[in-house]
Design a protein. Sequence first.
Length: 238
Amino acid sequence: MKFLVDMALSPDLAIWLRSQGHDAVHASDLALNRAADTQILSTALDGKRVVISADLDFPRLLALAGAAGPGLVLLRSGNYSEAESLECVRRVLMSVADGRSPFELHLPPNVPQELDFAFAFGGRSVAVEIEKANREKILRDILKCHMYLHAGADFALIALPKNYSHTHGVWNLFDFGVQRLSECLAYGFGTPDTFDRILLLGFQQFVASTNAPLSQKTRLDMRDQAGEQLAHSRYLVT
């Protein structure tokens, strides 16, 4: 895996990750010692790296941007020793590797290469679609799952938030997904044996710094906090 270790953590963590066979760099290796959090995220996204940090601003910035990446490993207490940081990351890597491994699904040239990721587990391959915000795209996601199954995946999974917060309220995209799947079966869009291999996963979103469920109020609070930080940063620069 490819990692970018943030300045909040020791360069020794990147060194240890490299010793374990990973492609890891520390922010200081890339001359990002004084870089803004947004630049760290942009660099990681461009390099397809997972950010490892103890900075609670990162999940807030990703949530505000509605960003699909980069991936983030967050050490939430913020005051781990070097040994404790290494142990936390080691446990994360073990949980990811526990019976699961990356899987490359080769799609036909005429199929859009939009697969979020795929993995193998227990000898079976699973193609994954993550729908973060748009309930109108769920039918398209179901169609894409059919394409992945036709291309050789054993199962396809659509991950849907149960509390997507937006300007007009909070949507439960998981409920929408269940409804769309039921409608597909009722009106003959696909076959029951195919839908037996399409899984829906609902997940709850929380604010990393408070553990509060994501809602309109928390969304507005994060937006206000980010605005204040940006205004303060501009003031300091000028």
